[in-house]
Design a protein around this ligand. Structure first.
Ligand SMILES: NC(=O)c1ccc[n+]([C@@H]2O[C@H](COP(=O)([O-])OP(=O)(O)OC[C@H]3O[C@@H](n4cnc5c(N)ncnc54)[C@H](O)[C@@H]3O)[C@@H](O)[C@H]2O)c1
Length: 359
């Protein structure tokens, strides 16, 4: 692919670019110089794993462009996406006298992106925001679309805001340091895009080279950007398609206890269940269900969750944020590359697929 590809996201009344490529981070300096209405101080929010690997590079670009950098390092992991993290971050920003023109820059995976995005949305009722995703999942999914927020002890992502960034920089070189298990978890979301919207993308995953990686990521971002442009706040039924495998995936993630299965791993198991439901209820050919399962295996993703009871999963399903009028929404696919939303999934069908994926 070219050195740099740009996907333009149009959502609500705003528009912003996503840069994708190896080496694209270096263009950040020029972008920064062009933001004449921004203040010359920024908050860089990064986790403790990513900071030693990539923090200095981003800091030095910011400093070279004349910015004073307040670096806020947070613990890595889902627990950091909490109400407790917000107060100290916001206080540090206030103590450093960051003002309405001071950008928040998120450098990290989805945890840092969601947390920092929410900080950008609420500090002084909203400041400029730049996403620099470093995990595959954050590149193809969480950095696109404007959902920001934190978890409550009562459930994931229960507090947040839609807040669009001014720029997203997808620097492919950051993937070189990503642990393989995290890479695989990101691939679950990539496979999802293929199943819900793009047969050609799905097929391309069967034999991939490193050179194809940029194209793959770009295609996922395009699909997400198209969906988000049509349905920013998930009210029209399009954005819900992104939840293929996620209804059960969230319940499995929650049932196993957060931190046991990575989000992408739980989603992979949820997608397998969704594929079987699709065969039974939407006419997906059996051979395609097998193709989806083979793809999970190819990318080292699990096909079943061990030690979980279906009772625990049904309990967790009852607290899914996306439950509407007591019914869960399911995304089914009649064939790879197409998907639709339904709440018509009989309890018996659910129990059947649960017995398949819970061991
Ligand atoms: N906002 C959205 O639309 C959206 C969509 C999907 C998921 N999410 C959220 O994203 C979060 C999961 O994101 P994630 O999977 O990126 O998790 P994460 O942010 O915890 O990152 C995963 C791990 O990889 C490490 N890491 C990240 N980049 C690295 C790199 N380049 N080199 C070495 N280590 C690196 C992190 O320190 C962390 O330990 C969840 O909280 C989920 O709710 C949000």
């Amino acid at each position: 692919m070219d050195m740099k590809s740009i996907v333009q996201v149009r959502v609500a009344k705003t528009e912003y670019p996503i840069w994708i490529g190896a080496g694209v981070l270096s263009g950040f300096a020029e972008f920064l110089s062009a933001q004449t209405d921004w203040s010359k101080s920024v908050a860089l929010i990064v986790d403790e794993n990513v900071f030693p690997l990539h923090g200095a590079k981003v800091q030095s670009i910011l400093q070279a462009a004349g910015f004073k950098v307040l670096t806020i390092t947070v613990q890595a992991g889902e627990r950091t996406k909490s109400m407790d993290s917000l107060g100290p971050i916001l206080s540090q920003m206030a103590q450093a006298k960051l003002d309405r023109g001071s950008a928040v820059i998120a450098l990290g995976g989805g945890v840092v992106g969601d947390l920092a995005g929410f900080v950008a949305a609420i500090y002084l009722r909203g400041v400029p925001f730049v996403q620099i995703p470093t995990s595959l999942l954050a590149m193809v999914d969480s950095s696109v679309g404007g959902k920001t927020g934190v978890n409550l002890p009562e459930g994931k992502n229960l507090v947040g805001a839609f807040y669009q960034p001014d720029l997203v920089i997808v620097e492919l070189d950051f993937l070189l340091t990503l642990p393989p298990r995290e890479y695989a978890a990101g691939m679950a979301e990539v496979i999802k895009y293929g199943v819900i919207a793009d047969r050609a993308l799905f097929d391309s995953l069967k034999s991939m080279t490193d050179l194809d990686r940029g194209k793959m990521i770009q295609r996922c971002i395009e699909i997400k950007a198209e969906i988000v442009a049509k349905d920013e706040k998930e009210t029209l039924g399009f954005r819900a398609l992104l939840n293929f495998g996620h209804t059960l995936g969230h319940a499995i993630e929650n049932g196993a206890g957060y931190g046991v299965l990575l989000h992408g791993e739980a989603v992979a198991i949820g997608m397998r269940a969704a594929a079987h439901l699709s065969q039974e209820l939407a006419g997906m050919p059996k051979a395609e269900v097998a193709e989806i399962e083979a793809m999970m295996t190819q990318y080292h993703l699990p096909l079943e969750a061990k030690g979980l009871s279906s009772e625990a999963i049904f309990r967790a399903l009852g607290t899914d944020k996306k439950v509407k009028a007591g019914k869960n929404r399911w995304i089914l696919s009649k064939k790879i590359g197409e998907s639709h939303v339904t709440d018509q999934v009989p309890q018996e069908s659910l129990e059947r697929v649960m017995s398949l994926v819970l061991k």
